[in-house]
Design a protein. Structure first.
Length: 564
């Protein structure tokens, strides 16, 4: 794979953000136009304020004759407030839609990578990418991108009007403006690098914390809980230091902006003041009036205001680029695709559910795991995979499920590529979430009725246990089934399988570490699934399953033995 340098990496991240912005170009353009209208409204308000003051002080007009002017001033204030709300809502709505697109891309990529690839990833790290890192894109699109345009266009309008009123004052503003973005960019480069470290460290800290919490019992048994606490505390302190360094740079960027803008505003104020007092007689000072001078003074801070706002949002840009670095790495992770040829003449009416021909699988650095393997399995039959640990039983299940692709040979599931057809997958540790019985049962059957769930629970022998629960199907279960025994959790997972319409069931050691009574209940449920027409493929060491099996494949290093 070709190495990617840091400049290439940064360019790749910026290109990805631009592509996302292009999907909401109309909404972001509307946000910019509303912001530009807001600037023009502000200029009209300042001009009206300067005119009112000039009329009262210079022309000595009574306030009763200026009621219309004051009413228009109030109206402009209301219009400005409304435009500000519209600008915020438009930008936030566009950013929300972009975040939704990114999360959809992540879901699709995670589905392509499959569970085998993701076993090396921390669940907390993926959650951090899904939540914090995607959320870090929000303000970049909602605030920074529109403001980047307004920080150029809005000052340009003010500068044109200032030059029209007094070109010397306009020169003061024009000379000071380029210095601000240059120094902000220099500071921002450091902020971008720190934000990349920030998200990498956040992902690492999240994974460490979740791993320690999950293994808390084992850590206490071995007397390592204090060491684990110190490790988490050290990682959290490192995360705090990175955050503080990022904040220092953010404040430095604001200080640079305030320094240059203050100097420029002070220079304009001195020029206007001395010009109105008559101490300056060169250039356009002879044409200075209270109206023009006051209007220039009022516009000078507003000339720098878009740049001030951009400086506040510049941290959002650094956060978005830091988050993009990790997100793009995940989105560009190559997923395995099935490059093996399909049967050019499939037979839809053929009863074969699984067809494997000369199937092999090799792992880098480990060599061949599956020797050339050929077998066929009819719909409604049970295939038992046996063999020592490491002989490739789980790997063959992964191939059939479509989680991995074979090195060579052909594998068809109902005449299609593996993974094209819905299936039921159950590991030796049942997948139970922190939710109610009903919600766990509906994971694979969202529309299952209460009556159907009760029938499935009765079929796996959990009705007596459910009757003991105070809230019935609404009783809360702990994550990973910790409120159930191992056999109860497995039977609940099988009840979920009974509710699903899929007829292909893959089980990896479904009775491992269970007592004899629980195993017999599991066997009875498997027999019921088979009678319902399900095709079952089970990897197991249990000899009791041989009586249920229609076929048995014994896997060993470099050889297989099949029997029927």
């Amino acid at each position: 794979m070709k190495a990617i340098t840091k400049p290439q990496n940064a360019r790749r991240n910026r290109d990805w953000l631009r592509q996302l912005a292009a999907t909401e170009s109309k909404a972001l353009l509307a946000t910019r136009l509303v912001g530009l209208t807001l600037t023009l409204t502000l200029m009209a308000q300042l001009a009206l304020m300067a005119w009112l003051i000039n009329e009262v002080i210079v022309n000595q007009q009574p306030l009763t004759q200026l009621v219309t002017g004051f009413f228009c001033l109030l109206l402009l204030l209301v219009i400005r407030s409304g435009l500000q709300v519209v600008q915020d809502l438009t930008g936030q709505a566009a950013a929300n839609r972009i975040r939704l697109k990114v999360r959809q891309q992540l879901l699709e990529q995670l589905a392509l990578l499959g569970p085998v690839h993701l076993t090396n990833e921390s669940a907390a790290g993926i959650s951090s990418q899904w939540l914090e890192q995607v959320d870090a894109l929000q303000n970049y699109f909602a605030r920074y991108l529109p403001q980047m345009t307004l920080s150029v266009v809005s000052p340009l309008f003010i500068l044109i009007l200032t030059f029209y009123l007094d070109w010397v004052a306009g020169m003061f503003l024009l000379i000071s403006a380029p210095l601000i973005p240059v120094f902000m960019a220099l500071v921002g480069m450091g902020a971008e690098r720190l934000n990349q470290q920030h998200f990498v460290l956040l992902k690492r800290v999240s994974g460490q914390f979740l791993d320690r919490v999950r293994g808390l019992t084992s850590l206490q048994l071995f007397g390592l809980s204090q060491q684990a606490t110190q490790d988490v505390a050290y990682a959290a302190d490192e995360y705090r230091r990175i955050n503080m360094r990022t904040l220092k740079l953010a404040f430095l960027s604001s200080a640079v902006l305030e320094f240059f803008s203050s100097v420029a505003i002070a220079a304009v104020a001195m020029y206007i003041g001395f010009g109105l007092l008559g101490y300056l007689t060169w250039g356009p000072t002879a044409q200075l009036t209270l109206f023009s001078g006051l209007l220039i003074l009022l516009m000078a801070p507003e000339y720098f205001q878009p740049l001030r706002v951009l400086a506040q949002f510049y941290h959002d840009r650094a956060s978005a680029l830091g988050a993009a670095d990790s997100l793009v790495d995940l989105l560009e992770t190559p997923a395995q695709t099935n490059s093996l040829p399909l049967d050019n003449n499939p037979q839809p009416t053929h009863p074969l559910a699984i067809q494997a021909k000369d199937l092999t699988l090799s792992y880098p650095g480990r060599g061949q795991v599956l020797a050339p393997l050929s077998f066929t399995l009819n719909q409604g039959e049970l295939l038992l995979l046996t063999g020592r640990t490491g002989s490739g039983k789980s790997s063959l299940l992964h191939l059939i499920a479509g989680f991995m692709q074979p090195t060579s040979g052909q594998l068809l599931v109902k005449g299609k590529n593996p993974g094209s057809e819905p299936l039921i997958w159950m590991h030796q540790q049942a997948f139970i979430i922190n939710a109610s019985w009903a919600e766990n049962l509906r994971l694979a059957a969202p529309n299952a009725s209460e009556a159907a769930m009760l029938r499935a629970i009765d079929a796996v022998g959990l009705t007596p246990l459910l009757a003991q629960q105070k809230d019935g199907l609404n009783t809360l279960l702990l994550e990973r089934g910790k409120s159930l025994s191992g056999g109860q959790a497995q039977r609940l997972a099988l009840a979920r399988a009974l509710l699903t319409p899929s007829k292909l069931v893959l089980l990896d050691e479904p009775t491992a570490s269970l007592d004899a009574i629980s195993r017999q209940q599991i066997y009875a449920t498997l027999k019921q699934l088979k009678e319902q027409g399900c095709t079952l493929i089970i990897a197991s060491h249990e000899p009791e399953l041989i009586a249920l099996a229609d076929q048995q494949i014994q896997l060993a290093s470099g050889a297989t033995h099949a029997s029927t």
